[in-house]
Design a protein around this ligand. Sequence first.
Ligand code: PHE
Length: 337
Amino acid sequence: MDWRQKIQALKEEISQYRIEKKDDVEKFRIAFLGTKGKLKEAMSLIAEVPAELRKDFGLLVNEVKNQADTKWNESKEIFEHTQEGSQVDFDLTAPAFHGQVGGLHPITKTKRKMIDIFERIGFTIFEGPEIVNDWHNFTALNMPQDHPARDMQDTFFLTENLEFLLRTHTSSSQILALETKPLPLRIITPGRVYRNETISARAHCTFHQIEGLYIDEGVSFADLKQCIYYFAKEMFGSDNIRLRPSYFPFTEPSAEVDIACFICDQKGCSVCKKTGWVEIGGCGMVDPAVLKNCNIDTEKYNGFAFGMGIERIAMLYYQINDLRLFWQNDMRFLKQF
Ligand code: PHE
């Protein structure tokens, strides 16, 4: 090997040298750039080089020295911030991998939209407990013991004496509000309710309600109607609704609220059961007996109440035909919202 080949080999060796961890940087420096390193060794080859080629020799050695310097400086920078002895075997410049982000459940979305609509006209949120006593769920709502209306809702009782139960409607929270809050009162009570029903596409033993209550001086049925119109318009973009006379023990007069079926344009479909109308809730003027139960002066105050199932509203809003889908947590279903 002549000096040219030797320097060429050194050049190759430098470029092949693997610097894989922090320690290797210093090892590289000692091996090639150190006082007893291979570059020093190469320089001593000058003795073999004829005078007229010494200039070429100088250029070549210089090139190799620059190559080693560059490699050393670059590796120093790469390993500068790594811990002593740690190994970098991942690409710090690769784009970050984003995990899957969760979303809100359609019931939560519907609930928030409904709350938003009522908050815009001055309703505030009042949340009561899910475990209630007989008084708040039934008796104060004008359903004394043995009142037949108690059978309208199948109840999960929690105690033998039937004193405590899972609320069957959020009207129980409205009683609590009437007992504890100053008048006038304008609240909505979003929350989960329980009924001992067989699970089907249209019914579940657990569902959600938003009920509203407005108590003030001189409240009229027209106020109630406007409130319902406003809600339907904001929620569904349609105020084509009708109030159908009905019965609730705690309101008089009472009505059921139907909205014109916008899924079939009232031509008749499975959602409206071919009637062209879909029931979205109940409402009425609060029966003075209920206010008296909460020690409210019925000469001065009156008001209205309404109640809606969030699942029913969500089914209409998103056009979902089976209530059970809300509970199955099937990602294929949930991802659509
Ligand atoms: N509480 C009733 C129910 O759950 C709904 C309702 C509320 C009706 C307020 C009239 C007034 O069925």
